[in-house]
Design a protein around this ligand. Structure first.
Ligand SMILES: Nc1nc2c(ncn2[C@@H]2O[C@H](COP(=O)(O)OP(=O)(O)OP(=O)(O)O)[C@@H](O)[C@H]2O)c(=O)[nH]1
Ligand SMILES: [Mg+2]
Ligand SMILES: [Zn+2]
Length: 320
């Protein structure tokens, strides 16, 4: 184990843009983010001294999403084991968005878990679970109600000694779930709008809480859009059934649209592969391919700028 002459190990408990709260063995302390601070995410293991965050330790996993304003990636949570994709049953459950979060979770190096919340509002969750499994046969799904506490101890049991991050749209019930799991009011919650069940963005910062059984739970502000920030290969990891079929396509670079001898299309035609699942896969692949091109372009621009700077410096030196 590394020995640090100065400083103590700690974990980032809260990130609010300009400062982080870090918990160490002895205290929790706020640290302003400075230009010299390494980029941090909630859940990061760090080394701190009295004044600053000195070092960022290697991450076992990192959940990030595409930043809609810059196109870059935005870290959401680090060193997480499970990504809890929370969907309120007071509104339609969107398989496409769940699939996006699922891809982000695999990409992060964590396991996705679909959490259907507000189960008290529906008679049965069998149908909706069936629908989700049709889109993703490997989906891990749990139904809970923070109101009646149905499913709460099941969920808690799965998170013993693990770090779970809750993601999902505003009003999905993430903070209410945090409180139900904790058995007390740790996070503020807010009513959804009548009519369209839209949330009010009650939670404003990402924060880690320690629950019973050493479960570390990270609550996050709701997001509506999740950009895919990954590559085509990672998308395929979440669609093993299709990738397996594709091995038998006649052409190695088959696009699975109308190529002759396409095994994927054949499987859709004879019912072995669900049409919606196939379409969801295509959509995510398209987005990932686009993200790869965009990232390449951004990287090229950065390299160009670096080169221009080097040339400028060289010219300056020559002129002297
Ligand atoms: N009936 C019912 N209502 C719930 C349940 N869980 C949450 N709610 C309600 O849903 C609304 C939104 O809950 P929040 O926990 O604030 O939602 P959130 O996902 O944290 O929202 P943001 O912080 O805005 O992202 C509140 O009015 C909760 O009372 C549940 O299990 N059953
Ligand atoms: Mg909240
Ligand atoms: Zn094919």
């Amino acid at each position: 184990m590394a020995v640090y002459a100065t400083g103590s190990p700690g974990r980032v408990l809260r990130h609010d843009g300009s400062a982080v709260l870090v918990g160490t063995q002895n205290e929790t302390k706020h640290y302003a983010l400075r230009p010299s601070t390494p980029p941090l995410a909630v859940g990061d293991w760090v080394v701190v001294d009295d004044q600053r965050v000195v070092d960022l330790l290697p991450r076992a996993s990192l959940l990030q999403r595409r930043d809609p304003s810059t196109g870059g990636s935005q870290p959401i949570a680090a060193n997480i084991d499970i990504v809890g994709i929370v969907c309120g049953l007071d509104r339609p459950v969107p398989p496409g968005r769940i699939q996006r979060f699922t891809s982000l979770a695999w990409d992060a190096g964590a396991s996705p878990l679909v959490i259907l919340s507000k189960a008290d509002l529906v008679e049965s969750t069998v149908e909706i679970e069936g629908e989700l499994l049709r889109h993703d046969p490997a989906a891990d799904i749990i139904s809970v109600s923070s109101e009646t506490t149905d499913g709460i101890s099941d969920l808690l049991g799965r998170c013993v000694n693990r770090t779970l991050v809750l993601v999902g749209e505003s009003g999905a019930g993430k903070s209410t779930l945090l409180n139900a799991l904790a058995g007390r009011e740790l996070g503020a919650t807010g009513a959804v709008r009548r009519g369209d069940s839209k949330g009010r963005h009650t939670t404003t910062a990402r924060q880690l809480f320690l629950l019973e059984g050493n479960c570390c739970l990270i609550d996050t502000p709701g997001v509506r859009e999740v950009g895919v920030h990954t590559d085509v290969d990672t998308i395929d990891d979440g669609f093993g059934d299709i990738a397996e079929l594709a091995v038998d396509c006649h052409f190695r670079d088959c696009g699975h649209t109308n190529e002759p001898g396409c095994e994927v299309q054949a499987a859709v035609a004879d019912g072995r592969l669900d049409d919606d699942r196939m379409r969801g896969w295509e959509q995510l692949r398209k987005e990932a391919a686009f993200a790869e091109i965009r990232d390449d372009t951004a990287a090229r621009h950065r390299a160009d700028r670096r080169l221009a700077r080097i040339i400028r410096n060289a010219q300056d030196i020559k002129r002297r």
